[in-house]
Design a protein around this ligand. Sequence first.
Ligand code: HEM
Length: 473
Amino acid sequence: QPIRRGATPIPKAPNTLPLLGNALHFLRPRHELLAWFAACQRRHGHATLQISVPTSRSRDLFGHGIINADGHLWKAQRRAGLAFLSAANLRVLTEAALPLYLREAVEGLGARADGRCRVDLQAVFHEITTRLMGRMAYDMEMHADDEFTLAFEYASGATAERFQNPLWRFTELLFGFRFRRALALDGGDEEKTETREDALGGISGSLVRSLLEAIGDETLVADAALNYLSAGRDTTAQGLTWTLHLLMRHPHEAAKMRREIRRILRSAGGSASEPDPSLFTPTSAPYTLAVFYEALRFYPPIPIEIKQTTAPSTLPDGTFLPKDSVLVWSPWSMNRSEITWGPDVAEFRPDRWLSYSSAPSASHPLSSPSSSPTISPSDDGEVPRFVNRSVGEFPVFNGGPRICLGKKMAELIAVQVLAVVVWSFDFVDAATPGPDGTIPERKSPISLTLPMKGGLPCFVRKRSYTDEDVYGG
Ligand code: HEM
């Protein structure tokens, strides 16, 4: 049966060619493919369109882990993940492990903060999230330059290439030696499923242990843990990288963030020169969270989503999809929709995520330290509150039963890392300017996620504060 809405077939995407369909768009560099999705959205708004896509194969990389699994196997992994990411474990990960890794990263940045060394911020964030996710998934020390991590990166790039290259079977047969070696390394590292002795005190077990209890089969558990590791690590590091990229271009918003951090330090009595990272949470720092969300709007770490129907299905707009139809949606282009975001859609404006009310009076519940100790009014006396959008408008963390399981964790990591790093340093983009003297638009290579091509090299300078700067005046 054909894909249709009512009695009529649905419209084809712009630039669809006879026989070739839209294959040429998928062969183009990544940013051109994303731009094409955005152009479809501008022309057709929220309408469902018919496109032809090369089919993607991610099973080799993700195996039977949660990202690919369905039915019982998915449910068991989801339940084990939810159990492991209990409030208590999340607290240990974000209040003990993350501050430790973050402090070490800040020390590393501090050692190179002479304003002349080039530091790749993408690599710095990647190291923090690799260590944190390694701790979470395997309860072990992992680093961004481990053989395992590098192999995973390579295999993930090669898997994404399958999505853009209709001839992938042929080219992999000829040139796929490195890819197959990387997969062997990813899948075969059995020792990763063992709990280490050096666990950070307080984490009850590891995700691997929870998964083993839920699923039993060791090969499946190896897939499952790898899925958790990859789902959380690259997405979060890339979200942070694009946020810093945007903040370097928007110093006014960085200054507003610092004012929020200053207010938090002031109300908590924290050290100005070495702020305690765990003071910064999505609740205490709504402006910082809004900056992160606004960056995710421009640069969603999963910019294109793809699923396949296992049974005939009908979309909410009435489009009928026969079994085995491939459904693609693009958070990248949905986040650029003027219909959803209004005429200032192209502006970086974190305030679009906030609503402001006037500062609470002494009798207001917010003024009681026990109810919300750290939300403090802005300089003009207003209390900001983060207001989320529906998943249909902002699908960056997906939605429904398969909504991202680490959304809360990602928010906690982002706010803590951004607050500490932006408070402690000034950054200047060190990318080489183009012929017209301006720094060219950053791009993303082919990948399942949205890394920044060439990293984010910048010059770093330490900001110094005295307690007087925070508490005086
Ligand atoms: C900014 C950071 C993040 C973004 C943008 C993000 C986004 C997403 C998206 C779009 C999906 C749906 C993928 C699909 O079904 O095709 C997803 C799923 C998932 N995410 Fe995240 N994620 C982030 C961070 C994390 C973190 C820190 C974890 C750590 C635990 C995590 C764990 C997962 C898991 C386990 C799934 C699979 C859920 C399921 O299928 O039931 N994510 N994420």
